[in-house]
Ligand binder design. Structure first.
Ligand code: ADP
Ligand code: MG
Length: 601
């Protein structure tokens, strides 16, 4: 069966359930749908993006209270705003807009926090919003507000549980489909790189802080939509369902279901809701005492899941669904991406003038000077700890020089962001390969081409979610495929990047760098850890790229690899340049010999 067949079978099943299921089941499914909608936001935010939020319940409340207040106060409001209360649908739009604004505000304050400070920040505003709902007189305080009208669809008031079921599940299925689409788009690849691949994505020209904001706002919007449905389903609101406690439960659902998987949100919401129902019925009977014992059981289950199945329950279920996986189709009939002409051979591309970097008292790079001209391969060598990687980071924008100038293609770039420098035509690989191991080779390489198309953030997210970007996707994928063929990884194109041997992973990084259409390629220790044959293949590839007019600056530890390959060599030791020149000159230089032998290399 294909993915589409399974999806339509599922939709068909869900469509007929309320026709024969008892009222009780329909109500349970309504709640599952609402919870899953919130949990999908968390899959995006926490599971995929790595940002933990305990505060989603507050956004549910924001969506619910906005529509409740507008629709119950329509008669008494001034006319410029009263029309918003005339239909629940206006309440939805108002709730989403208000939530988006609040999320941008809260996000700009909390997303900068790192480590466990971010989750703490979400707890803080989760609690604040809850008390805001409870203490505002016009929202009915802790007693709540009633008389919320039903949603009207095509002139029909959606009043019964069976009717709103269809509305809830339509929202949920739309969220599942659009979230999957988004993750499979240009913006989605940056989102998937947020956890563990930020430096890489920035080096490919992507703005990861913008992507963090995008998923934060999207997660809040999913929660607000669930709140809107909830308000018009219950027709009554009080602050209880929007407390921190519920916020934690949402996170439970996402994690238990499988935090990185969109369908895991639905699975997690189902498992937790059904288990809660069941435990609430049975535990007090077993124990012979009333009380919220299910909370204790959930606590234990959560710990077991975190220890035993980090990926949650979804992967285990998904492997039982007979879906034939099909590799991404790469179309050959699309127009190629525009390509910048290579600068004329011999033109000065990159110049470091007296660059210094201090880490506290340690001078990692000391008054370094270096030049790279168009069409040459230049090596920067030296023993371990000499300052090579630091130099690399300084000239590529990952780190900033304490003093000195970095001039790339006539522009001063010292202190600029990595992604700005990347946009000028510098593209790099990493000493410790930075791949997204569960993504295919093709998907990894296409990240390199991120900046070759630029629809803008908002349009990109929207187009990605609704698959309006397929022409652009096809162009990007075709370009990635072209670079994969160019470096000789064609046969591995659809394999998981993490499954490749190290030599091939490094070549993948070269392909990814090439996809950015650079004029200067930076390679940090490309031969480290490679076997002899792999080194030869790599050297062969670099020669071929030079013949195509590309310039390459490589940091290398391995002298033998460098000697037969490069045009010029710079040697560093203890942060300083100790020699420069042609490979055989440098090799015979006594200072160089001493540095290498002295370091027992
Ligand atoms: P290489 O790449 O030549 O092996 P590095 O550039 O990684 O050397 O390191 C040069 C020196 O700077 C080393 O002594 C290293 O410990 C130090 N160093 C590198 N990065 C940092 C940092 N972020 N903070 C403090 N010291 C650092
Ligand atoms: Mg290094």
């Amino acid at each position: 069966m294909t993915r589409h067949t399974v999806f339509f079978l599922f939709v068909a099943l869900m469509a007929v359930v309320p026709l024969f299921a008892p009222e009780f089941t329909v109500t349970l499914l309504n709640y599952i749908g609402l919870y899953a909608l919130v949990a999908i936001g968390l899959v995006l935010l926490t599971g995929v993006g790595g940002l933990t939020s305990f505060g989603q319940a507050a956004f549910v409340g924001l969506g619910a209270y906005t529509t409740a207040w507008l629709t119950t106060n329509a008669a008494s409001l001034p006319s410029w705003i009263a029309w918003l209360g005339s239909s629940a649908w206006f309440g939805l739009v108002a709730g989403l807009l208000l939530t988006a604004s609040a999320a941008v505000l809260l996000g700009s304050m909390t997303l900068k926090l790192s480590g466990h400070y971010l989750p703490l920040g979400t707890i803080a505003w989760g609690i604040s919003l809850y008390f805001l709902f409870g203490n505002m007189e016009l929202l009915g305080g802790f007693t709540g507000m009633s008389g919320i009208p039903p949603i009207v669809v095509f002139g029909h008031a959606v009043e019964s549980g069976r009717e709103i079921y269809y509305l809830i599940w339509a929202f949920l299925l739309a969220a599942i489909v659009t979230t999957n689409n988004l993750l499979d788009s240009r913006e989605g690849r940056v989102i998937r790189a947020l956890r563990g691949g930020r430096v890489m994505a920035e080096s490919m020209g992507a703005s990861t802080s913008a992507s963090r904001m995008v998923i934060f706002v999207l997660a809040a919007l999913h929660a607000a939509a669930a709140g809107w449905l909830y308000a018009h389903m219950q027709r009554f609101l009080n602050p209880t369902p929007f407390s921190l406690h519920t916020g934690i439960e949402y996170l439970f659902m996402a994690v238990v279901g499988g935090a990185g998987y969109v369908w895991g949100a639905l699975l997690g919401a189902s498992v937790i809701s059904i288990a809660k129902q069941w435990l609430q019925d049975w535990l007090p009977m077993l124990i012979g005492q009333a009380g919220n014992f299910e909370v204790i059981v959930f606590g234990i289950v959560m710990i077991v899941v975190l220890q035993r199945a980090r990926d949650g329950l979804w992967p285990a279920l998904a492997s039982r669904i007979p879906i034939k996986a099909r590799p991404r189709a790469v179309r050959a009939d699309v127009a190629p991406l525009s390509h910048k002409p290579v600068p004329p051979r011999g033109e000065l591309l990159l110049e470091l003038k007296n660059v210094t970097r201090r880490f506290g008292g340690l001078v990692a790079v000391n008054q370094m000077n270096l030049q790279v001209r168009s069409g040459e391969i230049v090596a920067l060598i030296g023993p371990n700890g000499a300052g090579k990687s630091t130099t690399f980071n300084l000239l590529s924008g990952v780190d900033d020089p304490t003093e000195g100038e970095v001039i790339f293609r006539g522009r001063q770039v010292a202190g600029r962001e990595a992604r700005e420098i990347a946009a000028l035509g510098m593209s790099r690989s990493f000493q410790h390969v930075k791949l997204l191991p569960t993504m295919s080779v093709l998907e990894n390489v296409v990240i390199g081409a991120h900046k070759r198309e630029n629809p803008g953030l908002f349009a990109g997210v929207l187009a990605g979610a609704w698959r309006l970007d397929r022409k652009m996707e096809a162009r990007l994928l075709a370009e990635a495929a072209r670079q994969i063929e160019r470096v000789g990884l064609g046969e591995q194109m659809h394999l998981q990047a993490g499954s490749l041997p190290l030599g091939k992973q490094r070549i993948l990084e070269v392909a990814r760098a090439l996809a950015a259409d650079p004029c200067l390629l930076l390679l940090d220790e490309p031969a480290a850890g490679l076997r002899y044959k792999e080194k030869e293949a790599l050297a062969e590839l670099l020669r071929k790229l030079r013949a195509d007019g590309l310039s390459i600056l490589l940091v290398e530890h391995d002298m033998d690899f460098v000697m037969g390959l490069v045009d010029r060599v710079y040697v560093m030791d203890f942060g300083q340049k100790i020699a420069e020149g042609l490979p055989h000159e440098v090799q015979a230089n006594p200072k160089v010999l001493e540095a290498y032998l002295g370091g027992l290399e």
